[in-house]
Every structure is written in C-alpha cells, then in structure tokens.
Design a protein around this ligand. Structure first.
Ligand SMILES: [Zn+2]
Ligand SMILES: [Zn+2]
Length: 223
C-alpha cells in the first residue's frame, strides 16, 4: 500500500476505512508540516509494537529535499521506538523530478508546489489512470504542468476566495489549476473551517466544467 502524507489521525482513518496500516510499503511526503507528517510516528511505533508478526519487509519513505535532515530530527526524538529490525529506506527527492520513481504497476513524478520551500506535488500514473495530489500549494504553473491531462486532481482547498491565505488554494485557484490542466475530476480536501462552510462544488464549478467531489474521511474513488 502506498500512502501520500500522514497527518494526524491518518492511521485511525485507514482503520476506519478498512485499510491495514501495517500494509504500508511506501510513504510519500509533500512537505514537513505536522498536518502532513505527524502520524508517521504512531504508524512506525504501532508496526513495532502492535503487529502480531514482526515486520520483515522494508518500508520506503520519500520526501523532498532536505528530507534527510527532517527525518534525522524525528529519529533523534522518537527513533528509539520507531525503528525496528526491518529496513527503513529513506529517499530524499530533488525538487525537480529528473527520474521518476517506478515500481510494479505505478510510476511517480513530482514538481515544486508553492507553499513551503521544500513543497512538492505528486503525480501517480498507472495503466488505469493518473492521479495528481497537490499537497499544500497556492496557484502554481508547475502544479498545472504536472497535472496536465491527469484523470483526477486531489487538491487542497483551504480558504474562501474573499479571504485567501498565501501558500494555499481557494475554490477559484482550484478551478484555475483544474481547468488549465484539463483534468477530468477534482477531489478537494484539506478544507479549513472558513472554506468548509461554502458550497465548494458550485464555487469551483464557476471556473471548471469537470466533476467536483468534496472529500470526506473514508471516501473511496477510482481513477
Ligand atoms: Zn502545509
Ligand atoms: Zn496542510
């Protein structure tokens, strides 16, 4: 199982959605903010102490430069309880993707996002279709280019258009990226309370003619 970001509550969310957190084989982080990374601590802790069988297969963890520095700080605090006898493979990704990460059935590319200096967005391609996950970003040509022609854009949508916050998207920004990239569907997530009060489907629909879905915990979709 592949996981994109691990904010607080992600492990519980997997369990509620019927997914086995111990089945995680690869984790891809978009940036280092705690709402995208903090549950890696309880996930690895629970793999060590909650699994009925000791884990033997490796766990691959990817994050944008300077991920190795960020990871070493987490390990300095929690590593005693996070690291087990299995191999933890840490990969620090350059901001621009020169070579995709490939494994059976999936190819992953990425591009800079406009949020934190390290921020990147990911594009997953399989034979069936492609998914682009923005992580946190404001409007970004780099994200538009990454998302061009993708089937589904999983996008943050943090704030309303009349109260934007730098480094984040509003419904208008989501619509702009989705329509310029020509994606078939947008799924919005990472919705702050001021945006959660809006009718996001119609707000995004003003500037984008494809399908709009507002994510909720446990949502399942196919690309
Ligand atoms: Zn963030
Ligand atoms: Zn965030």
């Amino acid at each position: 199982m592949l996981v994109l970001d691990l904010g607080s509550g992600a492990v519980r969310g997997m369990l509620r959605a019927g997914l086995d957190p111990f089945a995680t084989d690869r984790i891809f982080f978009t940036h280092f903010h705690p709402d995208h990374t903090s549950d890696v601590v309880p996930l690895l802790f629970s793999i060590n102490y909650g699994a009925t069988e000791p884990r033997t297969r490796p766990l691959a963890i990817y994050g944008p430069e300077p991920f190795e520095d960020f990871w070493s700080k987490i390990i300095a605090v929690w590593g005693e309880w996070m690291l087990g006898d299995y191999e933890t493979e840490i990969s620090q990704l350059p901001h621009e993707c020169a070579f995709p990460v490939e494994f059976p059935g999936c190819r992953i590319r990425w591009a800079p996002a406009q949020h934190r200096p390290e921020s990147i967005a990911y594009r997953l391609e399989t034979e069936g279709g492609s998914l682009v996950y923005t992580g946190d970003t404001e409007y970004s040509e780099s994200v538009v280019n990454l998302a061009r022609g993708a089937h589904t854009l999983l996008s943050e949508c943090s704030f309303p258009d009349d109260a934007p916050v730098p480094g984040h998207l509003t419904p208008g920004g989501v619509a702009r990226i989705a329509s310029e990239a020509g994606v078939e569907r947008v799924v919005v997530t990472h919705i702050y309370p001021t945006a959660d009060r809006l009718d996001l489907v119609s707000e995004i629909g003003r500037g984008y003619s494809g399908e709009v879905v507002v994510a909720k915990d446990g949502l399942k979709f196919t690309v």
